[in-house]
Write a protein that binds this ligand. Structure first.
Ligand SMILES: O=P(O)(O)OC[C@H]1O[C@H](O[C@H]2O[C@H](CO)[C@@H](O)[C@H](O)[C@H]2O)[C@H](O)[C@@H](O)[C@@H]1O
Length: 386
């Protein structure tokens, strides 16, 4: 299977992803962990600096990063579907040459996948549910739920979300799936001895149905810190109309989708100022959201590898992982698949953007169509092999 296709890997994260890359700091403070529970290999060395000079901070980029963090759902709809200009259409068509639609390339994809077992990895927000103004109302529709449930009958299927694992489980509500919350920092996976041997933070536990599982929480020691930061951010942003702080267990999201653009810098300042006091936390950008997370070397890409290993599917020539996602955090997973030249990353986007994905889908409704097609195609062949 040739996954290199006709384009070379690209770096997608045009917006800086760490505090140091945001230009917040100008001198380097090596990260020194105080906790003992994180395996050494997971520690990220993030250069940090304490400055407090917010003028410098602003001029060095985080406000630009906030502004460029994905068009709103309304804007996408307007730009692409309702009043799409010929220029926008042309740009999207040109972009599709580099990231072909997984629907129009479906036959080609399944031909490449012949004889392989598919493992499905799905992001939640913007992939299974459309982006909406209120994060608590981002429910997936029943048809999508049915499509995911059906897919899980044929393929091992995992949801990997920035949300807390409990929250995403509440939204999805399908017991047959594997769930990774907090951008992969909270995973429930099948019991497998080799995995718990390799990952000291992996412990035996039981899931909601009482089944024995492995629970992997590589940032467990950060829990009190994240709670503290959540409480402080709720307090400090309470005067900013429209700002919303979400506790995602091992990370915190600060939403500014509903904040007037003129006040975005106030949101950014609040977050960056607070982070000055937490050198073991870092900042990443999502879709109109600032995400605060522990400085550990763990992301959605590592979560995919972990889950493949837990499912006994890692390093197997007969396994084809497919990851569908829309966000910058999903790029880590696309990258892993691309670098290992196995599997397909599928970017969900209605607007052209750089990605490590190989294919694209326009929106969640196309994701649903894709999942249904995979099931139909697989059902018509033998034993889950296509
Ligand atoms: O990894 P994901 O499952 O894609 O989660 C990423 C973040 O998604 C949510 O925020 C985004 O979706 C909201 C609902 O559509 C939208 O209002 C918000 O602007 C988006 O950023 C979620 O609320 C975050 O906590 C997740 O980190």
């Amino acid at each position: 299977m040739d996954l290199k296709s006709n384009h070379t890997p690209v770096l997608t994260d045009t917006v800086p992803i760490t505090k140091s890359r945001l230009g917040v700091h100008s001198s380097l403070l090596p990260y020194s962990p105080t906790g003992a529970t994180i395996p050494h290999g997971l520690l990220l060395s993030i250069p940090r600096k304490k400055t407090g000079i917010l003028g410098d901070v602003r001029s060095s980029g985080w406000l630009d990063a906030m502004k460029s963090s994905s068009p709103s759902a309304k804007k996408i709809t307007k730009d692409v579907h309702e009043f799409a200009s010929p220029d926008a259409d042309d740009a999207y068509s040109t972009w599709l040459l580099r990231y072909p639609s997984a629907l129009t390339s479906f036959e080609q994809m399944t031909n490449h996948a012949k004889g392989k077992k598919i493992a499905l990895f799905l992001d939640y927000d913007g992939t299974l549910s459309p982006i909406v103004d209120d994060p608590d109302s981002a429910l997936m529709c029943d048809n999508m739920r049915a499509a995911v449930r059906k897919a899980a009958e044929y393929f091992p299927t995992a949801i990997i979300s920035g949300r807390s694992r409990d929250k995403v489980y509440e939204f999805v509500g399908i017991t047959e799936l594997y769930y990774a919350g907090s951008h992969g920092m909270d995973i429930i996976s099948p019991v497998r001895q080799s995995v718990s041997d390799n990952h000291p933070n992996c412990i035996s536990s039981t899931d909601k149905q009482g089944k024995e599982v492995n629970l992997f929480q590589p940032a467990a020691e950060f829990l009190p810190m994240i709670d503290e930061v959540f409480t402080l951010l709720v307090e400090r942003t309470k005067e900013i109309e429209g700002a919303k702080v979400e506790n995602n267990k091992f990370c915190v999201s600060v939403h500014y989708r509903n904040v007037l653009e003129k006040n975005w810098d106030t949101v950014g300042q609040c977050v960056n100022e607070l982070l000055e006091d937490y050198p073991r936390l870092r900042l990443t950008h999502g879709r109109k959201v600032l995400e605060i997370r522990p400085v550990i070397d763990w992301d959605k890409g590592k979560a995919v590898t972990f889950l493949l290993e837990s499912l006994g599917l890692r390093n197997r020539e007969d396994v084809l992982p497919i990851y569908v996602g829309d966000d910058r955090t999903d790029e880590d997973a696309f990258k892993v698949l691309r670098e290992e030249t196995r599997g397909y990353g599928i970017l969900v986007s209605s607007a052209p953007k750089e990605s490590n994905a190989v294919y694209s889908l326009r929106d969640p409704s196309e994701v649903m169509e894709f999942l249904k097609s995979l099931v139909v195609c697989t059902a018509s062949s033998q034993n889950g092999l296509i």
